[in-house]
Design a protein around this ligand. Structure first.
Ligand code: LLP
Length: 422
């Protein structure tokens, strides 16, 4: 459920007309709803009420400081994958002891920063990584609390580019090697083993792969305990899918049942890293129609937003529902159109043969479910400035990231001395 609804013939974000925000901020822009963010976080964490658990919001999904702070105020922890994300989480008020650090390529300076901050856990993805972490921790006189991310060799049944739990993927250590890897890591200075971590992919709409992965984690925890390791935490990653196209995937309650069935009675702290589920449907990308063009075979609706602003359709064949900001009248005849951006490649297509009500230049449209992996994946391709982000709360809104000027964008480039005008 989200708080973007038609009222009086117009799409609202909570108690504000999106058309009014568009007038003030200009298009395109991302718009997030505080009430929706809060609701999603509460529904997810509520599914684990009474369970020793820590919900670490996956900052990569949407790393705006205001979004993180909204969640921090509800008690969220954070899952981060770079020093930059770690700094964001800390700055937004998430205590270090609620932060886990994931990712296959952590560098020594990032490890050092995280150790100095005193984070909850490193999710270590390889043997070379744990050796470097040990060196860094020993040098700083710190202890790194770790879980190894285990690759359970499970098919998450999601898009290949966001599937991470198969043996062929770059993630985690092979589950078959876990005994040896834990035994060797336990000997390393500066390392204290705490748990087992798994994350098999994103936008999972079927619970079975989760169940398979969690059962594997359970077996590993029992085995590692028999081998003398004090396993007190399991990190189950993120990945629970959201509705994009009207099909409703299983929700947090059913996911919790699967997780607790496998791992509920191990006496471990359960750590979760949801990203998309929290922010995905809490955000829209609002854009304006520039032209409507009849091609030889298709009709094209050309928007002022493009693939550089929202890359999911181009990169993952992602589907985003597109709504007109003015509520279409019941009798309006829909027409199949291609919805495209101004970028100079055919990949810059948001939707093909999508049934839309008639639109004209200057009409506003909203891409739904754009709160996760939208603004964070934007680029300035075609020298298009990053689009601003707006956060709504009730009848208030604030620009939480401004649209940079073209001057600022150009100013990032520097002339080498030999090209300077004499
Ligand atoms: N934990 C780890 C270790 C991850 O790699 C991810 C996502 C998450 C948690 C959060 O997963 P979520 O709950 O959001 O599914 N850009 C792609 C999604 C990439 C996901 C990367 N890892 C997209 O737009 O679909």
């Amino acid at each position: 459920m989200d708080h973007f609804e038609y009222r009086d013939g117009e799409l609202f974000a909570e108690d504000l007309k999106l058309s009014e925000i568009a007038e003030k901020v200009g298009t395109p822009f991302y718009c997030y709803s505080t009430a929706t963010l809060e609701r999603h976080f509460k529904v997810f964490s509520g599914a684990f009420d009474g369970v020793q658990s820590l919900v670490c919001y996956a900052v990569k999904a949407n790393s705006n400081l205001a979004v993180i702070k909204t969640l921090a105020k509800l008690g969220a922890g954070a899952d981060v994958v770079s020093e930059g994300e770690l700094r964001r989480a800390l700055e937004a008020g998430i205590p270090a002891e609620k932060i886990v650090f994931s990712g296959v390529g952590k560098q020594p300076h990032e490890m050092a920063f995280a150790l100095e901050a005193g984070i909850h856990q490193f999710n270590v993805e390889s043997e070379p990584e744990v050796r470097v972490l040990s060196d860094v921790a020993a040098r700083l006189g710190k202890i790194a609390y770790i879980a190894f991310r285990v690759n359970p060799d499970v098919d998450a049944k999601t898009h290949a580019k966001i599937s991470t739990g198969k043996a062929e993927n770059k993630f985690g250590v092979p589950w078959q090697d876990v005994s040896r890897i834990y035994r060797e890591a336990a000997e390393l200075p500066g390392i204290e083993i705490k748990g087992v971590d798994v994350h098999i992919g994103s936008q999972l709409t079927d619970l079975e792969p989760f169940g398979n992965a969690f059962d594997r984690v359970r077996e590993l925890v029992m085995k590692l305990r028999l081998e003398g390791h004090d396993i007190t935490r399991v990190d189950l990653g993120g990945g629970l899918g959201i509705p994009y196209d009207g099909n409703i995937p299983p929700g947090p309650e059913s996911y919790a049942t699967v997780a607790l069935n496998s791992l509920g009675n191990l006496g471990c702290q359960l750590i979760f890293e949801p990203g998309r589920l929290i922010v995905g449907n809490a955000g829209l990308l609002v854009s304006k129609v520039i032209y409507v063009k009849q091609g030889a075979e298709r009709k094209f609706v050309i928007l002022d937003a493009a693939m550089n602003d929202l890359i999911r359709p181009a990169m993952y064949e992602g589907y985003h529902q597109i709504d007109t900001i003015l509520e279409p009248d019941g009798g309006a005849e829909l027409e199949a159109v291609d919805v495209v951006g101004p970028v100079c490649e055919t990949g810059d297509t948001f939707a093909r043969e999508r049934d839309l009500p008639p639109v004209e230049p200057d009409d506003l449209v909203a891409f739904r479910s754009a709160g996760a992996y939208g603004a964070v994946m934007a680029s300035t391709y075609n020298t298009r400035p990053l689009v601003p982000e707006v956060l709504v709360s009730g009848d208030q809104y604030a620009v939480i990231r401004e649209r940079p000027s073209l001057e600022a964008l150009l100013d990032l480039d520097k002339m080498p001395p030999w090209l300077e005008e004499k």
